[in-house]
Design a protein around this ligand. Structure first.
Ligand code: SF4
Ligand code: SF4
Length: 222
């Protein structure tokens, strides 16, 4: 979602900030898991999402790639997404009772629903997707409580920096003609930010900030 113009028709027409109140709370999903079905192309995972999953699940990035997540390509960049089960299209993290088995570490995009992000002027705010939750009425909740993420300021700074990096890389890849070079760039991105970013005992945000300048240099972007 890149512009307020594109929000027309899918939102309530308002933009919310972290302190605002918004009618987003389904009040418990009571057995519904509709928004956890067929979202494989929507839930793109950031390095922070993968850090949270691997840390708490005691699994590596490559372990998750076996049956929980998968790589998908957009704008010539391969990034991990949630993997849906083949026949049912249910998210791989849903259990038989239709509960998310990684609720505490669920990806940032899952935390937001039915909110989405709208990016503008190197910042983002939130919008409310209307008609996507199966509940007929949602109650008001403060955005920061709804998202419920620790260290919000650091998390937001990371999301913005990651968004800028992917935007710059998308532009850079327009000029890459050689498929081997393209594959090497994608491999570097996955290794650097998803496989090897955080060392044992290290803080995610510190590790990301430390790695970013050299990664930009290697990727040949500003
Ligand atoms: S990770 Fe959890 S919240 Fe997100 S789609 Fe899968 S089951 Fe639903
Ligand atoms: S669609 Fe609404 S009620 Fe159903 S699982 Fe998602 S948030 Fe809960």
């Amino acid at each position: 979602m890149n512009s307020r113009m594109t929000l027309e028709g899918i939102s309530d027409g308002k933009v919310y900030d972290i302190e605002d109140w918004v009618a987003a709370d389904a009040g418990g999903c009571n057995g519904c898991s509709a928004c956890c079905h067929d979202v494989g192309d929507l839930v793109v995972l950031t390095p922070f999402d993968i850090y949270e999953m691997t840390r708490r699940q005691k699994a590596s990035f490559d372990d998750l790639l076996v049956d929980k997540i998968e790589l998908r390509e957009k704008n010539r960049i391969w990034l991990p997404h949630l993997k849906m089960q083949e026949e049912t299209k249910r998210c791989s993290f849903l259990n038989e009772e239709d509960r998310c088995t990684i609720h505490g570490q669920r990806p940032n995009i899952c935390r937001l629903f039915p909110l989405g992000r709208v990016y503008e002027d190197d910042d983002f705010k939130y919008f409310l997707q209307v008609g996507n939750c199966t509940k007929p009425s949602l109650t008001k909740v403060q955005v920061k409580e709804w998202i419920g993420i620790e260290n919000y300021a650091e998390n937001k700074a990371f999301i913005l920096a990651w968004h800028r990096l992917l935007k710059a890389l998308t532009f850079r890849l327009k000029f890459v003609r050689d498929e081997e070079e393209l594959a090497a760039i994608n491999q570097y991105l996955l290794d650097t930010f998803y496989r090897k970013l955080v060392k044992e005992g290290e803080d995610f945000y510190v590790a990301f900030a430390k790695c970013l300048p050299e990664a930009k240099n290697q990727l040949n972007i500003l």
